[in-house]
Design a protein around this ligand. Structure first.
Ligand code: CU
Length: 169
């Protein structure tokens, strides 16, 4: 089931707007983008998957890939050395922004989307406007989110979700 039925239009719109507001072209990725990219997608997939679960849809379809599928790693656009640094040397990124910018500037994120769209014959996966309607989007972004968690563990920079400040009165 690669296509998610009745995906909430407001969630789709939120993702579309984020990418239009944060458009990057090629390998130049501005300072601050990486931090926003990782945080936005973490929050987005959590909310989209909460809806998905509520719908009673099968969680197995949207589970993160345990690693990038070999068929994608074999694509000419894929940067294996970059993936290896992300996975094995997370502490080499001193900030979350550095990690996020690297995932983009190394083309790892773009290549995964492009290649998945091609090999699964699902062009939607490579279209920001509609990608969250595909289950593969969650396999990809769940894996990227696990790279983010891995970085948090390795650097001791895990930040708990902000709790509302208790009212002192
Ligand atoms: Cu996105």
């Amino acid at each position: 089931m690669p296509f998610i039925p009745n995906f909430p239009p407001q969630l789709l719109e939120e993702h579309r707007i984020w990418h239009h507001a944060n458009h990057v072209n090629g390998t130049f990725v501005p300072v601050g983008w990486g931090d926003r990219f990782l945080r936005f997608h973490r929050s987005f997939i959590r909310r989209a998957l909460a809806w998905y679960e509520q719908e009673g849809l099968d969680n197995r379809y949207v589970a993160p890939w345990p690693q990038v599928p070999e068929a994608i790693r074999n694509a000419p656009c894929y940067n294996r050395a970059a993936e290896s640094r992300i996975v094995n040397q997370p502490q080499s990124f001193s900030t979350l922004d550095e990690l996020g910018r690297f995932i983009e500037s190394s083309q790892v994120h773009a290549c995964i989307h492009q290649t998945a769209a091609r090999i699964y014959r699902e062009p939607e996966i490579n279209d920001f406007d509609v990608a969250p309607r595909s289950t593969v989007f969650y396999s990809i972004h769940g894996l990227i989110d696990n790279w983010y968690s891995n970085w948090e563990r390795a650097t001791g920079q895990r930040q708990e979700a902000r709790r509302p400040i208790a009212n002192a009165d």
